[in-house]
Each structure stands twice: as C-alpha cells, then as structure tokens.
Design a protein around this ligand. Structure first.
Ligand SMILES: NC(=O)c1ccc[n+]([C@@H]2O[C@H](COP(=O)([O-])OP(=O)(O)OC[C@H]3O[C@@H](n4cnc5c(N)ncnc54)[C@H](OP(=O)(O)O)[C@@H]3O)[C@@H](O)[C@H]2O)c1
Length: 337
C-alpha cells in the first residue's frame, strides 16, 4: 500500500500535495488529479519532493491491466495502491530520525519499483531503497528517465555476457529499453545492429549503433546475417523468426515476451538447451549506480522524447500506450528550485 493518505486536507487549510490516481483499471481517462495529505517520514524514511517522474510502458500496462493476470498482484477488482509511477528524481525534503546517508536539500534519483507511487508531488522512500544522489552532470529529467529502460536493458545485457566484437542485433532499438541496450552493448565492445523505423535511424546512430535496419524489412529473405545476440526489446516478433538470425550457442533475449512466448521460451531453454532470457528483471542499486557512473563518464545518454506537466498525465499515457515513444517520456511535477 502507499505511504500517502487521501484526506482532501486542502479544504481544511492543511498542507496538501497533488497526486495522480487511478481508482479503477481502464483507459487513460481513469487517471485523476487529487489532493492528499503531505506524509511525514519516520525512522529510516526519506520524504522527496518529486521534480520529475516518467511514464513508462510498465505504467500503462498496470493501469489497463495488460495482461489481466497482473490483477493478482495489483488488486483483483480495483488497484490496491491507486498511484502509479516507478521512477523519480527530486529533492530530499524531510528525513526520519534514523537516516544517515541523505540530508534535506540533496538532489536524488531513484525507482519505487513495482510498489509504484511516483505520480505525486511528494513521496516517501526508505533510505535503503533504490535511491542515489543525482550527479551534477545529470538533469532532473535524465534522473527520472534513467531507471526503467536502463535497469531493464542492463539486467538482460548482464544475462547474455556480451563479449568484445560480438554481433548484437537490438530489435525495437528506439524504445526505452532499446535505446539503453544499444549503449550498454557498445560499452562492452559489441558491433550493434539497430532495428527500428526509418524515422529513428538518426537517433539510434547517435546512441552508437553501427548499422540500422528498418523493422518493416529486417526479416526479408535477402537478410542473411547471423548474430551472437538477438535482443528483442518490444515483444513484436515471432521467436522462430528470431532464431533464424542467431548463431549456434547465441543468446536470445525476449524483454517484452508475452505469456505464450514465455512458455515457448521455457521449452527452448529446458528441452532444446538454447540460451533464452526472459521474465521479470531485478532492479538493483548496484546496477543503478553503474548506469549513473556511465553517464558521469559521458558514455551513456538518457534519451528524452517529450515532457508533460503533471496535470496532462492522461495525454502522456495516451502517447506512451500508442507505442511510438523514442526513449523516455518525462512528467514535470514540481519546480527545479
Ligand atoms: N521483462 C521485464 O522485466 C520488462 C521490464 C520493462 C519493460 N518490459 C517490456 O519491454 C517492452 C519494451 O518496453 P519499453 O518501455 O522500452 O517500450 P517503449 O519505449 O514504449 O517502446 C516504444 C518503441 O517501440 C518501437 N516499436 C513499435 N513497434 C515496433 C515494431 N514492430 N518493431 C520494432 N520497434 C517497434 C517504437 O518505434 P516506432 O515509433 O518507430 O514504431 C517505439 O520507439 C515492453 O513490452 C515492456 O512491457 C519488460
């Protein structure tokens, strides 16, 4: 459950915060602006004034929900926690008496993970959660955009142990996960082929892709290339098509695998002994620190497609759910002061 409490305190002259809720599952229009009580941090809790959050594919999937089985975790008939939003950047605004590594005024970034709750002007997190200081080199927008695609891409990159000069194809390269995966694979010395629409060729090249393919024609018979890693980011292809392009003992990554594909992948892994990687990722502090260290070294860029104000969350969800964002969509929550 959320750490925030809905009390509509503004009517009573008490301090309040703006929050976007979804009281029922459904289309973007279920998202509503409410005013809630500002929470007080206890013990090792930190209160953050959120400056930016992001709308990720995970948010709209939970909102619908898609797949419906997600109700088992998020609430059978209606959402248990009515606030979406995984990633955030902001300023530490108050701390519990046991907090030692953060101070009021620190600029931070982090992820609330599957517990969510970042679509709010203030949030409470634990000191030992996925939170780190925002480096001077990073903007608040980059801080909010880095964790969803970045942590997902890195978790799967680590699973396939990419070696120098290996040939890696990133399918769905303009997505949040794909735009991160290109850069991480390049960092490991891979030769990266990015598959995306023609409109995004320049973007993926700017992130380091060695060559580009249009996703409309990649699977044409004329394409005879074989790859060490087939990294499918968007769940838009058939596994049997991907396997045709994989070298013997290569790694197949299925970031956005559907349930049907997960069963297929399990069969390939257990019975055919293929290197297939799928399923939920683990968000770790170590991985978040690694991504931020790459930003500091100038070796990783968080691609921001657009910003929306908090009040236009419905429009932001419509845009992200349409499935054509380039990298990340950021929400302006409070001022950067
Ligand atoms: N396993 C896990 O734990 C985990 C974690 C996070 C996310 N995911 C899943 O990973 C997937 C990607 O998430 P995301 O947030 O990175 O997605 P996203 O940013 O919302 O993806 C949008 C991008 O996909 C591209 N795209 C759409 N149709 C395509 C196609 N047929 N071929 C190639 N590219 C296409 C779009 O390019 P155009 O505009 O050019 O069409 C657009 O740039 C989602 O399915 C998500 O649920 C899984």
């Amino acid at each position: 459950m959320t750490d925030l409490h809905c009390k509509y305190f503004s009517d009573l002259g008490e301090p309040s915060l703006k929050v976007i809720t979804y009281r029922n599952y459904g289309p973007p229009e279920v998202l509503k602006l409410e005013e809630w009580e500002i929470p007080i941090p206890k013990s090792i809790q930190i209160r953050i004034r959120i400056v930016k959050t992001a709308v990720n594919s995970g948010d709209w999937r939970v909102r619908k929900p898609d797949p419906q089985i997600a109700r088992l975790y998020f609430g059978l008939f209606k959402p248990k926690n009515p606030i979406l939003g995984l990633s955030y950047s902001g300023v530490v605004d108050a701390i519990g008496e046991g907090v030692t590594s953060f101070q009021v005024g620190d600029k931070v970034l982090g992820s609330k993970g599957i517990k969510m709750g970042a679509y709010a002007e203030y949030t409470i997190v634990e000191e030992n959660s996925l939170i780190i200081k925002l480096p001077d080199k990073m903007s608040f927008a980059e801080g909010a955009g880095i964790s969803f695609g970045g942590l997902t891409a890195l978790d799967f990159i680590n699973r396939c142990q990419i070696q120098n000069n290996q040939k890696v194809v990133i399918y769905g390269a303009s997505s949040s996960v794909g735009s991160s995966a290109i850069q991480l694979a390049k960092h490991l010395g891979a030769h990266v082929t990015a598959v995306c629409s023609k409109a995004n060729f320049e973007l993926v090249k700017s992130l380091g892709a060695n060559e580009t393919f249009d996703y409309e024609t990649f699977f044409a018979d004329s394409n005879q290339n074989l790859y060490d890693v087939f990294y499918e980011c968007v769940g838009k292809t058939e596994i049997k098509s991907n396997l045709k392009y994989l070298k013997k003992n290569g790694n197949l990554v299925l970031v956005g695998a559907t349930f049907r594909q997960m069963f297929q992948a399990l069969f390939l892994k257990l019975i055919k002994r293929l290197n297939v990687h799928f399923g939920p990722i683990e968000e770790t502090l170590e991985n978040l620190k690694f991504l931020v260290s790459l930003v500091n070294l100038g070796k990783y860029k968080v691609n921001i497609d657009r910003n929306y104000p908090l009040e236009r969350m419905v429009d932001a969800h419509r845009y992200v759910e349409a499935g054509h964002k380039k990298g990340n969509v950021v929400i302006d929550v409070t001022s950067e002061r």
